[in-house]
Design a protein around this ligand. Structure first.
Ligand code: MCN
Length: 765
């Protein structure tokens, strides 16, 4: 066990009691004196012109204070949702980013798009009035599927996005890949879909906006993954300077990437707060969440892997269609960046090339979703590797072992430009094979077969980047105040990752004091600290490292102040376990007493690049041939996230991630009617979330290779579980059905889909 884990031995998390006893403060809990309530009128069709919008009658309705429409948003200039395709695409192409007024003007492009905003004295009055807003639409043909949207002659969503193609971009080099394919002994080809999912955090979105007329500034209480990114995006969207936007968030009930962007609703609420001169509050319903919160994934990937006669990988080509929904979200391009960063996976593949076509469709915009491209790239790469093992009649583990990047090759520069710092792939792999008893599988399969069940095993060996983050610098501030309290400030924002436990441990370990003596404040309103939002599993690397460095600075600056108090030279002062002392003079002063005499505030931080956590997951699934019901009967995971700060939290993050991936594999799917563009799974009746019993027992073990990117030796872990569980669980199901001749299925692997595949295979004979 490393030094940083020592204070966390009892595994308790500081925030748990507050959160599980209902004492949290979530976005909807905020109230402001005199607040009004908002309700959005949303489009009930996927693609239509707004012919007329009659709000006159509604404006006169009792309790109604304001009705805003798309024209108001256009007039205010709340028009251009920011996006991050700021780099040139294929042949120098510039991204075509369509305007997105905060309320739809003249045309709607997806079911659930906000068309008008009604503000009233009560939430009920706002809802009643919103139902009475009359909108006449002229329906237009809809294209909810990305491949349809990119096809010649498809209905066009935006005049300035010809062919519904917002961007084309490529990575790697095409010529060496083509040459390697020409000389390959084997080529495997697969086209798969990484399905569209609705992230669905527990806390529905909510936002309270207060406009200060004197300062012309806005104050928000909102569920967010970090205020710095949100502040910048809101400013870009509305033109209001960042220093006029103050954002406050306390507890956030899940984010999964979906709580990052500046949603148009927030910009419409700003207009309402300004126009009414009253605070305006909006709390989303769950149904609105399905329709208007960003979705995740939704990629179609055509992949080819070339191998030599000995099963060595020669080259890989991937052609992606990235569905982005009706508009570009500010965070969507992150998927592409991440798939490029990890394209080679854990394998030495000398030549790589991939293309991306970013499609706009009549669906809810796509944003980041836990993993943001890493589960997608891991899914296609691992499925190709499994297909290759079948083609070559090799054991899936042997084929992987043959192609791993060897330990001696680290730091490893990939053909698509990443530098993997350090990973002991064989070490992780061997530990996982042993944990899962890989070699004993044949016996378990026979036993299951004797009981009339189809048993399969899957393996996934994955690596992911924990992102450079949306700020080049991460900072933390530590204040030692006159009461002797140590408070640490960061701009990351926990949504369930237990930062309130983690950062105090980091600071306490550096200072040699109990973690209980250190308090954390995340995202203090108005803070000017720099740092990334809690995205890309980089908070421990970024904000955590900054906390560590700030604590070291506190010791150094504390020594100078202690020297003054003790009438010594700073060089005569030592520090250990919360006490400044001098061996010669026997004088001493505690950290707390120093704070009382000389309060101190220090800032620490730096630029911490991407780390590359990796893992090997092995799962076994049994399928009931009578009903098609799959059951995960074994799940083993060995992960390397570097030095671990808190083992219990890491385990929890892995479990959560694994089950989140399993949700996509077995049930979750945002599904649209191909003709009308109506979402058919926009409630928990139809959208199948994973239940607690889906994976009953996850056996997780650690394998640490410390990272030098962070002074703590940490790598990220928040998304690792779902990056690995998507490919491994699909592989296990496919392996179970392979003896029947089923070779390819798309997610979600529902009982009915499996049953139908088995029936079709039986008919084929
Ligand atoms: N940790 C550790 N040692 C390490 C790395 C991490 O002890 N070497 C622990 C720390 O306690 C830290 C936690 O793991 O608080 C997560 O750390 P990290 O990997 O840095 O991830 P972030 O804090 O940046 O969290 C982001 C990540 C992402 S991107 C998504 S999406 C996600 C996730 O975390 N969404 C979550 N986990 C989630 N968990 C919950 N409950 N809810 C979400 O919305």
């Amino acid at each position: 066990m490393d030094q940083h884990a020592s204070h966390a031995a009892d595994n308790r998390r500081v925030e748990d009691v507050r959160l599980i006893t209902g004492a949290g403060t979530f976005a909807a809990d905020w109230q402001a004196a005199g607040q009004l309530h908002a309700c959005f009128v949303r489009s009930d069709r996927a693609h239509a012109e707004i012919v007329a919008l009659d709000a006159a009658q509604v404006r006169a309705y009792p309790g109604v204070r304001l009705v805003l429409t798309g024209e108001d948003a256009v007039q205010a200039g709340h028009l251009h949702a920011p996006h991050a395709f700021t780099y040139p695409g294929r042949n120098g192409m510039k991204a075509r980013a369509p305007a997105r007024p905060a309320l739809a003007a003249r045309r709607v492009r997806f079911v659930g798009e906000a068309v008008a905003l009604v503000v009233a004295d009560t939430a009920a009055a706002a809802r009643d009035a919103a139902e009475r807003v009359r909108i006449d639409y002229r329906d237009l043909p809809a294209v909810p599927l990305a491949e349809d949207a990119l096809a010649a002659g498809a209905p066009q969503l935006h005049d300035d996005v010809p062919g519904n193609c917002a961007f084309e971009v490529e990575a790697g080099e095409e010529a060496p890949v083509a040459a390697a394919f020409a000389g390959a002994a084997h080529i495997v080809h697969l086209k798969v879909e990484s399905t569209r999912v609705a992230p669905s955090p527990m806390e529905p979105r909510a936002c309270l906006v207060v406009h200060d007329a004197a300062q012309d500034s806005y104050r928000f209480n909102v569920c967010t993954q970090g205020i710095t990114a949100l502040r910048k995006q809101l400013s870009d969207y509305t033109g209001v300077p960042e220093d006029k936007l103050v954002i406050e968030a306390r507890d956030v009930g899940g984010g999964f990437g979906q709580r990052t962007p500046a949603y148009p609703e927030y910009c419409a609420l700003m207009l309402a707060a300004r126009a009414t001169a009253r605070p305006v509050k909006w709390v989303s319903t769950r149904e609105e969440g399905f329709l208007a919160d960003t979705h995740g994934r939704s990629n179609i990937i055509d992949g080819k892997l070339a191998l030599d006669g000995d099963g060595r990988f020669l080259a890989m080509r991937l052609d992606w269609i990235n569905d982005m929904g009706a508009y570009l979200s500010p965070v969507a391009p992150g998927h592409i960046r991440n798939t490029v960063a990890c394209m080679t996976g854990v394998y030495r593949i000398p030549a790589l090339y991939e293309t991306f076509r970013v499609a706009l469709t009549n669906t809810t915009p796509i944003g980041s979703y836990r993993g943001a491209g890493r589960p997608d790239i891991a899914y296609i790469v691992e499925r190709l590797v499994n297909a290759a093992a079948i083609e070559l009649n090799m054991d899936a583990a042997d084929l992987r072992r043959r192609n791993f990047i060897p330990l001696a090759a680290f730091p490893y520069k990939t053909p698509t430009g990443s530098t993997y710092e350090i990973a002991d792939l064989r070490g992780v792999f061997d530990k996982a094979l042993k944990l899962a008893d890989w070699v004993g599988f044949a016996g378990r399969r026979s036993k299951a077969a004797a009981a009339g069940r189809l048993r399969g095993i899957g393996i996934a060996t994955v690596i992911e980047n924990t992102g450079p983050g949306n700020s080049p610098i991460d900072e933390a501030e530590i204040v030692l105040d006159a009461s002797g309290t140590i408070t640490v400030y960061v701009v990351a924002k926990s949504q369930g990752q237990s930062h309130e436990t983690t950062y105090p441990i980091i600071v306490a370990n550096a200072l040699g004091v109990p973690p209980a003596n250190v308090k954390l404040v995340e995202c203090a309103p108005g803070t000017q600290l720099r740092g990334s939002a809690t995205t890309g599993s980089r908070s421990t690397v970024g904000a955590g490292s900054a906390c560590h460095l700030a604590a070291q600075k506190l010791i150094e600056e504390g020594k100078a102040l202690a020297a003054l108090e003790l009438n010594l030279e700073p060089s005569q002062v030592d520090y250990a376990q919360g006490v400044f002392s001098s061996a010669e003079s026997k004088r001493r002063i505690t950290l707390a007493d120093l704070g009382k005499a000389k309060p101190l505030a220090v800032k620490g931080g730096g630029a911490f690049g991407a780390t590359f956590p990796n893992g090997c997951h092995i799962a076994e699934v049994e399928v009931d041939p009578e009903t098609g019901r799959p059951e995960v009967v074994s799940y083993c995971a060995v992960d390397d996230c570097g030095v671990i700060i808190h083992h219990g939290i890491v385990e929890g993050q892995l479990h959560g991630g694994v089950v989140q991936g399993a949700g996509q594999v077995f049930g979750e799917h945002m599904f649209y009617d191909r003709q009308s563009g109506q979402p058919l799974t926009a409630s928990f009746l139809d959208y199948v979330m994973p239940r607690a019993g889906l994976i009953r027992d996850i056996r997780a073990e650690e394998y640490a290779t410390p990272s030098k990117i962070s002074p703590l030796g940490v790598k990220g872990v928040g998304e690792s579980g779902c990056t690995a569980s998507v490919p491994v669980l699909v592989a296990a199901v496919m392996d179970a059905l392979r003896p029947l001749g089923v070779t390819h299925l798309e997610m979600p692997l529902t009982p009915s889909r499996l049953w139908q595949a088995m029936q079709a295979a039986a008919i084929r004979g």
